[in-house]
Write a protein that binds this ligand. Sequence first.
Ligand code: C2E
Ligand code: CA
Ligand code: CA
Length: 688
Amino acid sequence: MTGRRTTTQGVYFNELMHTMERLADVGGWCLDVSEQTLFWTDQTKEIFGCKQTPPVEDVFAMYEENSRKQLQLMLQACEERGQGFSLDAQIVTPTGETRWVALMGEAKITDGVIRYVFGAVQNITRKKRRFEELKSQREQLDITLNNLLDGVVLIDRQGIIRSFSKPAEAMFGYRSAEVLGRNIRMLMPEPYAREHDGYMQNYHETGERKIIGIGREVEAKRKDGSVFPIDLAVTQTDFQSERQYIGTIRDISRQREAARRIEMLSYYDETTKLPNRYKFMSQLTELLGAKQRVGVLAINLDFFARINTVHGFEAGDQVLRVISHRVGEILPEGFVLAKDIGDRFWIAGILDSLATFYELAAKVLAIVRQPIQCQEQTYFLTASIGLVSAPETAASSELMAHAETALYTAKEEGRDQFSVYEDVMTAHVIDDYRMEVGLRKALIDGELECWLQSKVDAQHKVIGAEALVRWRRENGAIVSPARFIPLAERLGIIVDIGRFMLCAVADLLARLQQQGVLSAAFRIAVNVSPKQFLQPDFVTQVQSIFGQRNVPLSAVTLEITENLLLGNESLIRDRMLELTSQGVEFSIDDFGTGYSNLKRLQSLPLAELKVDREFILGVGQGKHQEALLETILRLAQGMQMNTVAEGIETPEQATFVLSQGCQQLQGYLFSKPTPVNEWFEEFVMCKQ
Ligand code: C2E
Ligand code: CA
Ligand code: CA
C-alpha cells in the first residue's frame, strides 16, 4: 500500500510540479559545474523560448550585457565559494522577444564538493512591465507636480505630511525630507495651526467642511517663520482604503503685493503716502454714514508754487512731507488726513463741538507758520483753510466743494487764516461762474468799453485822465469793474482786458494827436494788474501797441498796485526801468492800503502816488482821520513824488488835500468816468 501510494504520489508529484511551474511561471535549472552543462525544466524552456536546453554559452548570450556580466560573476562565486545569488535580468529569446526574469541559484554540495548549481527562474516580465509603467507614471506625475506653479502637499487622516512637491519646497523653504512624516501644522501660523486638529476632527465626525473642495485664501508659514498669503484648495481621496487630503497651494504674495501697489497708486499720494482725494472721499462718506456732525477742512499752502519754482520740485516735495507730518501729529483721534494734488490737504472727522473744530483749524495754521528747515534752507509758509461742517444729509463731494469755497474766501481775505463756509457762498460761487462765462464772451463779443475820468491840477485844469474799463452787458447794464476785475485777475482774463485797454488808450491818444490837442505834459493813466505786468512779453506789448499808432510813451502813465511790488524785485525794477527810459511814468495806485515797504518804493522809478479814496473820506471826520490823511500825504511828499488824491467828491476834500501839498485831484467833483468818445468830444471842444 505504502509503495503504491508512493508511486501514485510520484506520478502526481511530477504533474504537481509541472502545474505549479506553469501556474507560477517558474522553472528550474541545474548546472553541472565540472561539465558546464545545463538542465532546464519544461517551464524554464518556456520562459527562455527554447525547445531544448541550449549550451551554457548560448544561454549567457541571451542575457542583456549588464545582466550577463553580473550573472557570470555571481555564478563564478557560487561555483567557487558556494555563494547563493538572485538577480533580476533582461533576456532576449531566440525569437527576439524581450523578457524579464528573476534568477536564483545556490550551490549543491556533495561530500564537500560543489558539483551542481541548482536554481529557479521566474518570468517577471509582466510584473516588471507593470512596475515600469507605474514608475514612468509616477515620474510623469512628479514632473507634473514639480513643474506646477502650485505646490502640492499630501496629508493623511492625522494630518501627517506624506508627500511634498518641489514647488512646495520652494514656497516653504523646507526640503521634503524635513517635513515628511510631520504634522501639517508646522506649515501654518497661528491661529490656523492651533485650530487645525480640532477642525480635522470635526470634519471626520460631522463631514462639515470649511475648505474641502473650495479654494480659500489663508496664511502659511515658511521655515524661516515668515508668514505669506496662499490660495489653498483641498481635495480628498481614498487611497488603499486610507483617506488622504491633497492640498494645492498657490503663493499669492505677488498678487497681494500687486493689488497693494495698485491700491497704493490709486488711493494714496506718492509724495506723502497719505490717502489721496479718492480715498478721502470714501473715508468721508464712511464718516457721514455715522450720522453725526462731520467737519471737513480744505487746506492750501499760500504761494506754495513759489517753492517749486525757486527751489525745485524735490524741495517742494520735502516741504509737503514736513507739513503732512506736522499735521498728522496734531490730528485728533478718529480724524483722517489726506493729500490731494498740488498743495491741497484735507482733514475730516466727527465733531464734538464747533469750538474744537475751529481750534483744529487754528492749530493747523500755527504749525504751518513754524519755519521749515530743509537742507540748509528755511521756508516760511502760511496756509489758508476752508471749513465746513455737515448736516447729516450732505454728500462727500458736496461738502468738499463747500470747504473749497470757504478756502477761496480765506485766500481772498488775505490768506493765513481760515474761513467757515456759509450757504451764501454757494450763491457767490454761482454768480462768479456766470460772470466768468459772461466775461469770456464779453471779450469776444466786444462788450468791454474804455471810459475816461479826467484828472485836474490845483487850478482845476485838466492835465490828464485815467482810463477805466466798463462792461456793458447785452441788456445794456453796466457792470462795475470792482465786481469783475478781481475775478478776471483770478482767472487770468485780466491779461486780455489789460491789452484791450492799452489799445483803446493808444487809439485815443492817436486821435488826440491827430486833432493837435495833445500837449507834452498830458498823460493818460492805464491800470495794470500784477498778472498783466508779470507777463513775459509785457514790455514789448506796450511798445508795439503804442509804436504801431505812433504815440509817444511819454503820454502814458501806468498805474500799478502795491501788491505787485511783493513779487520779484529785480525783475520788476528792470521792466519798469526799460519802460521809463522810453517815457512811461509809473504811479502807485491805492497808496496806503497795501503793505509796501517804503524803502522798496524808493528804490523804484516811481513818479506818482495816488492816495486812496479811503483816506480822502477822512476829511471832516475828526482830527484823528484827518491826521492820518496828513501823514500819508506828507509821506508821499517826503518821497519826492507827485501826489494825486482820488475820489474827491466835495470842495472841502479838495481844499484840504491841496492845503497839504497835493498837486493833482481826481473825483466826481470834477468829472465822472465817461465813455471814451464822449470824453474825447468834450475834451476837444474845451481845447478849441
Ligand atoms: P481805481 O484804479 O482806484 O479807480 C478809481 C475808482 O474810483 C474807479 O472805479 C472810479 O470810477 C472811482 N471814482 C473816481 N472818482 C470817484 C469819486 O469821486 N467817488 C467815488 N465813490 N468813486 C470815484 P471803477 O471805475 O469802478 O474801478 C474800480 C477799480 O477797478 C479801479 O480802481 C481799478 O482798480 C479797477 N480797474 C478799473 N479799470 C481797470 C482796468 O482797465 N484795468 C485794471 N487792471 N483794473 C481796472
Ligand atoms: Ca487806478
Ligand atoms: Ca485807486
